[in-house]
Design a protein around this ligand. Structure first.
Ligand code: SAH
Ligand code: SF4
Ligand code: F3S
Length: 475
């Protein structure tokens, strides 16, 4: 599909709605009203929320992290697993009491979960205090929706669409040294368990010039790390006519001047090319870390999942990447208990994990999603049994992780110092390979690079001592 861009006249119209909504707010409130935005789900949703926050600030809201003082509450929701949806329903239900105390509070719901018609219907019926529900394809129309709500209407807008791209929306970034940069939206892969293609529309790539411009602005603003986002970044450019590819985009970004690191997620093994791996190996700014979800170590299960690669193909790719990229760190996603998966097939997943030696894994028990092919597949293994397999997998991975962190003892790593640790007087940083190091240091180091020597290894993280600090870059 060729990307459809929202026309600039339409975006200008939204600015007019923002101004009109702002007028209502200033007539209604003496102080700027407060907006509380909570994001569920993946980084794609986080990046959307940064645009939502940008639009809310433009309208005249101030942002708050305290739900109890909010005049507007917005939940940006996720539909990836049943558990994610239950949490949202629970949290929306709890808002009823806040609203009973503050009658003119606006409650807004958006994101992937709302893009499903049965969910929007349930909200309409069972949560009548919700003022605004909008789907993933109309995010840029938030000012218009809020204007209607502030004028006394309820708004439900779930447009069925293959998806659009809206450039130039205001962005309020959450962090001051790590930035998210979406390079494409949607997904064409229809893995048989996954809801994303249904709620996010078809794959569409931003123009390379728009991405490069945003990256330059991010770097000029002093950010140290840019994470490129897409459900399958490897297929970036397939819908563009100018021959752009993900490897080409990475080369262009790597050529930008400045002290910054590039990360990206997520890579799909079927589209991860040797050219891409060579590009990472030859780059200056790209982190030596690959998040490459394998989902299952058994080729038959992979076929039923519609993943379009085999166990052997995956391992071949990993071998090539390990050979070409020094100190490569690999992370992955894996699903346990796909419908029809046998224990023997699950053992193939364990053996793949042992073979690859991932730095860390995101592990999920299969959750049936409405309208996906896997929802209708025969699923004879009990939830209890799947839970047992899941714990077995966690035990294997924690053994691997403990081995990896033990091997870090005594070594020195340059880390981007990210935040305060739970331990008083300590900070946390992340190595290029995405391992967290906890070390005593003054708070002023947050957002800079520091050299830290590892002194102690725990299973998933390590502890260390600061050797030197204040470096401008990661080299
Ligand atoms: N686009 C990415 C993943 C997006 S969703 C990719 O293709 O790798 C993040 C992860 O959630 C997936 O990798 C998968 O492991 C998990 N997931 C998705 N749908 C799921 C489901 N129905 N049940 C359990 N896990 C699921
Ligand atoms: Fe879902 Fe597969 Fe698309 Fe990832 S590639 S978002 S798992 S359909
Ligand atoms: Fe969830 Fe939507 Fe992301 S379903 S994982 S928020 S694309």
């Amino acid at each position: 599909m060729r990307a459809v861009f929202v026309e600039s006249e339409q975006l200008d119209r939204q600015k007019e709605f923002a101004a009109l909504a702002g007028q209502i707010l200033s007539a209604r409130y003496l102080q700027p009203p407060k907006a509380y935005v909570h994001t569920y789900g993946c980084q794609g949703n986080v990046a959307d929320s940064e645009k939502i926050q940008g639009m809310l600030l433009e309208i005249g809201y101030e942002l708050t992290e305290d739900l109890s003082e909010a005049d507007l509450v917005l939940y940006n929701t996720c539909a990836i697993r049943e558990h994610a949806e239950h949490r949202v329903f629970g949290n929306v239900g709890a808002l009823k009491h806040y609203k009973a105390r503050k009658k003119d509070m606006i409650i807004a719901l958006c994101g992937c979960m709302m893009q499903q018609s049965q969910v929007a219907e349930k909200i309409k019926k069972s949560y009548p205090f919700v003022n605004l529900v909008f789907g993933t394809h109309v995010l840029h129309r938030l000012p218009e929706f809020l204007y209607s709500v502030l004028s006394g209407s309820k708004v439900f807008c779930i447009e069925e669409s293959e998806g659009v791209i809206a450039e130039g929306l205001p962005i309020h970034r959450d962090g001051s040294f790590k930035a998210w940069l979406p390079i494409m939206y949607g997904c064409n892969n229809f893995c048989s368990y996954c809801i994303v293609p249904y709620v996010r529309g078809r794959e569409r790539s931003r123009k390379m010039s728009d991405i490069l411009q945003e990256a330059s602005q991010i770097i000029a603003a002093g950010y140290k790390e840019i994470t490129l986002l897409g459900q399958n970044v490897n297929s970036y450019g397939n819908d563009l006519e100018d021959g752009s590819s993900f490897a080409a985009l990475l080369r262009e970004l790597d050529a930008l001047e400045g002290a910054f690191k590039i990360r990206f997620m997520t890579s799909h093994p079927k589209d991860c090319t040797k050219e891409l791996i060579d590009t990472i190996a030859a780059s200056k700014h790209i982190s030596h870390h690959l998040h490459l979800p394998f989902q299952s170590g058994n080729s038959e299960v992979l076929k039923a999942m519609n993943r379009k690669y085999t166990r052997e193909g995956y391992l071949e790719l990993i071998d090539y990447a390990k050979e070409r990229i020094s100190d490569l760190s690999l992370t992955s996603d894996v699903i346990v208990g796909f419908p029809g998966e046998t224990y023997e097939q699950f053992l193939d997943t364990l053996s793949l994990i042992r073979e690859v030696q991932f730095t860390s894994l995101f592990t999920f028990i299969f959750s049936p999603r409405h309208g996906t092919p896997a929802e209708k597949m025969n699923d004879p293994v009990s939830a209890e049994e799947k839970g047992k397999w899941f714990r077995e997998l966690l035990a294997v991975q924690s053994e691997i992780a403990a081995g990896r962190t033990a091997a870090m003892k005594g070594k020195v790593y340059r880390v981007l110092v990210e935040e305060k640790s739970k331990q008083e007087g300590h900070l946390c940083g992340r190595t290029d390979a995405n391992v967290i190091i906890d070390f005593p240091a003054p708070e002023s180091l947050i957002g800079t690079y520091a050299d830290v020597q590892v002194t102690e290894s725990l299973t998933w993280i390590v502890k260390g001592e600061l050797l030197s600090c204040g470096m401008r870059n990661s080299e």
